[in-house]
Every structure is written in structure tokens, then in C-alpha cells.
Design a protein around this ligand. Sequence first.
Ligand SMILES: Cc1cc2nc3c(=O)[nH]c(=O)nc-3n(C[C@H](O)[C@H](O)[C@H](O)COP(=O)(O)OP(=O)(O)OC[C@H]3O[C@@H](n4cnc5c(N)ncnc54)[C@H](O)[C@@H]3O)c2cc1C
Length: 293
Amino acid sequence: MTTLPEETPANDSSSPVDHDVAVAGGGAAGLAAAVFTARYGLDTVVFDGGKAAITQCAHIENYLGFPGGIAPDRFLELGRAHATHEGATMVDERVTAVDRHDASGFVVETTDQPVVADRVVIAAAYDAEVLDRLAEELPSPDPFAPTEGGRTNVDGLYVAGWMSDETVHQVGVNAGHGARAGLALARDDMSERYWPAVGDRYVDWVVHDGRYGGDGWDEHVDEWFDDEMLPEEHDLDKTTVDAARTDLKTEFLGRCIDTEERRRRDRDGQRQLLTHLDDDLIREHAETLDQRP
Ligand SMILES: Cc1cc2nc3c(=O)[nH]c(=O)nc-3n(C[C@H](O)[C@H](O)[C@H](O)COP(=O)(O)OP(=O)(O)OC[C@H]3O[C@@H](n4cnc5c(N)ncnc54)[C@H](O)[C@@H]3O)c2cc1C
């Protein structure tokens, strides 16, 4: 049982959920998970309290995309900026415990207010104690035994990154594992809304305009949907089936961008990177550009 103070909204079983997803831990794994769940459209909060393992590293030199390496603090700053850009909320508080909520979901107790979340990702590296209250429901003796996509025995609870026995202790691998957990969570959400074959199809892709769609595309997808996505025998109502079909089509078409938008996003992405670089280095580089013939 949780021991929340009487007045907190989280203690009231009729209170609405505060967040769709709460992530405990804002290192590479937790931030990567948050990017995926926020982009999928879930209200995501990341609680981070303490020092990420990577701050013990002097200079990261094996993370793809940084040819000269990157300082750990700058790396985490970029990760937080990315998760925030996608719509996640960052809260600098430690999670002290996670427990089941009376109604559904989880109560996430923090050093400040408790919150209620539908689903929880634990990416707290060494701090396994946050899961003590759910210990009986997790496998024994190894509560973090590998599972697909960070899923655990407890529905709606995921374990990502360093903490999971699924990974080795390398930042690129742990970020990838966080992404897997975030994707698994999004797929589980979609499976719950429709049925698993639909959820299992979810991917987070942005594609060139025209890559999907066009003549005959609608009919082709309808055919595919009826042949491969619909369970052979089902008692799904028409509204649910139509909504699943529309959602799948939107997944392909909703993230198409044309050349102009692609250029705009490229420039915007570069500008955002600039704000995380040392101003003196930017000035120094600009001067070399000025001196070019
Ligand atoms: C000395 C050292 C050097 C390393 N050098 C390299 C290297 O050069 N290259 C490489 O690939 N890997 C390196 N690693 C490994 C790398 O740091 C980890 O694999 C990776 O950072 C783990 O990511 P994570 O998100 O799982 O955990 P973390 O980065 O540790 O993130 C966990 C986050 O959760 C927070 N947290 C913990 N408990 C709670 C809680 N209860 N509530 C809220 N937040 C909480 C922590 O403050 C932290 O921010 C090194 C590790 C060490 C120790």
C-alpha cells in the first residue's frame, strides 16, 4: 500500500491521471524513452535526481554522430533539450518509490509531489530501490531479467538502460535500449486501443512527401489491412476497426514532409544545435568564414 498524505490528488482513487508516462531517470536511457513516448503523443514527465553515470566519463568518444567526441554534460544537455522539444516535461526531483495506484496505473512518489501515471519507465541506473514496493510482482531472484523492449511482469512498467540486465554498460547501447522501451510502450498503448497486430506495426518515421499515398494506395492499404491486420475471427466493432485503419494510414501519411519543410527542419535543427555550442567557438568559426575569399 502507498503511504501518501491524505490531501494529495494521487491518493484519491477517483483523481485523474497526471501524466500518461512518468520516466524515472534523465540519463541517456530515460531521455531516449521520453523522446519516443512524447513523439507518439503521450504526456510524458521525466524525473531526474542525481548524477548520470556518464558524468563519470571524462569525454564520450564512441557515441555515433559526434566525430570529435562530446563532453558528458553537453551530451546530457542536448538529450534534455531534445526530450523537451518533443513535448516531454523535465522535473529535477528524485523518484523515491513507485507503487500501484488504487484505480489504475502507478503512484510515483518523488522528493516533491507524488504523481499518478498510466505507465512508468524506470531508467534510474543504480537506484533499484524505487521498485521495492513492486518487488513481489517482479521476477525473483532477478527482477531485471531481460524482457522484450524493457517490458516487465508488471503491465505498464518498463525498465531501461543500465538498470536492465538486457544491456551492457555503454552509453550508445543504453540510449538504444531506452528507445526500445519507449517504442514498446507506444506499441502497447496502441495495442490496448485497438489490438496487438496494429500496435506491433507502430513506427516513428518521417518520410519524403510522395513516399506513400498516390494512385491506388488507399485501396492497397485497405486490402492489406483486411488480409493481414484483422484477426481471422473477431468481434471488434466497426468504429474500432475503422479508427485503427485510419490511424495506420495516418502513421504513413501524417509524417510526410515536402522539400521545403525538410529544408526548414534541417535549418531549424542546425540552429538548435548552435545554441548548445560554446559562443566563443561559434565566433571563432564565423571569423574564419569571414576571412575566406
Ligand atoms: C567511469 C565511467 C566512464 C564511462 N565511460 C563511458 C564511455 O566512455 N563510453 C560509453 O559508451 N559508456 C561509458 N560509461 C557507461 C555509461 O555512462 C552508461 O552506460 C550510461 O550512461 C547509462 O545510461 P543510463 O541512462 O542507463 O543511466 P544513467 O546515465 O546513470 O542515468 C540514470 C539517471 O537517473 C537518475 N536517477 C537515479 N535514481 C533516480 C531516481 N530515484 N529518481 C530520479 N532520477 C534518478 C540519475 O541521476 C541519472 O541522471 C561510463 C561509465 C562510467 C561509470
